[in-house]
Ligand binder design. Structure first.
Ligand code: HEM
Length: 449
């Protein structure tokens, strides 16, 4: 196809007004994207309140945006709004600034470095499970949020944070709740307007800043040899080629980013896994068999993970059925050809794991929870961007190895002790805002495995 043809073609898309379309999106974003992909296919033009949008489903197009033509895209508006809390942290920064920060932080997330957190993950999960009581109904999502926050805080600050755990947890939840709310409704309400949700956000942010800045200042005041090997110690100790370090402000932004990006997503994965195992007893039994055979009742260790392939497949398949991050939003910085179309400067580009991971072209019987599918040799032919729970390209999740290790160790710890039967008569509603979480938690009744 020559370039003249590329210039003139327009993506298909709905004809209704932007207000109507955005109303549908706000009501039920997942159903709206399903409708667009079902009706218009791999490339869909979207009408937004401010300017144009595009939903990309073709894995090649997604690869173009995230990898081959990445330099023409920046993070979208919803992610940029997180900058209000995260400053210039890794998730939201751009360009050379982001590149330097990523270079400084990357070694701290290397497989060998994060291995040191495995035993702490298992210990914290074990303490949680010890508290549970058979037959006593509890909200497993709440439990997963608490334990994953404790794990990331422990990895960041070692023991320093335990005295603040309550405040950190509550404040972080309050800020996240605010973004969940904002991403749905508050394009209409600017952040500076002193309405209730905004006020609660800034109060929570102030509390968090006080604690985090205090911990950073304490640590920076210590002699270099005593700064420790936890993530905070590594961030403070990281040096660029020219010997320069991060400022205290930048360390704050990265710490806040890691706390926020590093717990809810993993918590969602484990909550959805609990739901799927409860709905699929034959999978649960197979998992329990593997755990019994390999662990014989003792807590898992990092070295066990290669011997627990079904445990790994359960997590992988769970992130397919319920992707904890359900959409990536980027914005074109100039006109750029993607697939057979030209995406115009300023267009908001969406790539949705919810849509891709349920695409029957790649995943036959896409709604079914089948960890076995990952053992099928045909899956080796899967296009890279048919399954991308951690994003891709240079902006791929820096915590991927940490998260996978954590999810597998926690699942093994929990599943060999308890079956988490989902309490009957609860409406399980998906809440697709910043992450994909259950709207009203998930009530389960633990039963000894
Ligand atoms: C199951 C768990 C997780 C999932 C599904 C997940 C998913 C993602 C995705 C999709 C992105 C890319 C976003 C984009 O392109 O806009 C991302 C970025 C990021 N994630 Fe994760 N994440 C998880 C766990 C973690 C953990 C445990 C940490 C840290 C301890 C973390 C830290 C980050 C950071 C800092 C970024 C920004 C990286 C950059 O732009 O350089 N994530 N994550």
């Amino acid at each position: 196809m020559d370039s003249a043809q590329i210039e003139t073609r327009e993506m298909p898309g709905p004809a209704a007004s932007a207000l109507q379309e955005m109303g549908k999106f706000g009501n039920d974003p997942l159903a709206y994207f399903e409708h667009l992909a079902g009706e218009y296919g791999d490339y869909v033009r979207m009408k937004m309140i401010r300017g144009e949008g595009a939903l990309l489903v073709d894995p090649n197009a997604i690869e173009e945006v995230l990898v081959r033509k990445k330099k023409h895209f920046i993070k979208g508006r919803a992610t940029r709004a997180l900058g209000e809390l995260l400053g210039k942290g890794l998730l939201v920064s751009e360009g050379d600034f982001w590149r330097r920060q990523r270079r400084l932080a990357q070694p701290a997330f290397h497989k060998d470095r994060i291995a040191q957190y495995a035993d702490r993950m298992v210990a914290l999960a074990g303490a949680m499970v010890d508290r549970w009581q058979a037959g006593q109904v509890m909200d497993v999502h709440d439990e997963m949020v608490k334990v994953t926050l404790a794990i990331v805080a422990d990895a960041l600050f070692s023991a320093d944070v335990s005295r603040h755990a309550g405040t950190v947890g509550r404040s972080l939840e309050a800020t996240l709740a605010h973004f969940q709310w904002w991403s749905r409704y508050a394009f209409l309400v600017p952040m500076w307007l002193p309405v209730g949700p905004n006020r609660r956000f800034y109060r929570a942010k102030r509390d968090l800043d006080q604690i985090v800045n205090g911990l950073i200042a304490e640590r920076m005041a210590k002699p270099e040899a005593e700064r420790g090997g936890d993530l905070l110690g590594m961030l403070i100790g990281a040096r660029d080629e020219d010997g320069s370090a991060m400022s205290a402000r930048q360390v704050r932004d990265e710490v806040m980013t890691l706390m926020l990006a590093g717990h809810e997503t993993t918590a969602n994965t484990l909550t959805w896994t609990a739901l799927l195992l409860s709905e699929n007893p034959q999978v649960r039994e197979k998992l329990e068999d593997e755990l019994r055979r390999v662990l014989g009742g003792r807590p898992p260790a990092l070295a066990d993970l290669p011997n627990l392939p079904y445990n790994e497949a359960v997590i992988k398949e769970s992130m397919r059925v319920y992707p904890p991050v359900w959409v990536l939003g980027y914005e074109a910085t100039d006109d750029v050809p993607i697939g057979p179309y030209t995406i115009k400067k300023g267009t908001a580009v969406f790539m949705s794991q919810w849509i891709s991971h349920h695409d029957a072209r790649w995943f036959p019987d896409p709604q079914a929870f089948k960890p076995e599918r990952w053992a099928d040799p045909a899956m080796k032919q899967l296009p890279t961007y048919a399954y991308y729970p951690f994003g891709g390209g240079e902006r791929m999740c820096i915590g991927k190895a940490f998260a996978l290790m954590e999810a597998q160790l926690l699942l093994a710890t929990i599943a060999q002790r308890y079956r988490l039967d989902v309490a009957p008569d609860q409406a399980i509603k998906l809440d697709p805002s910043v992450t994909l979480r259950p709207m009203q938690g998930l009530k389960v009744a633990p039963k000894a495995a």
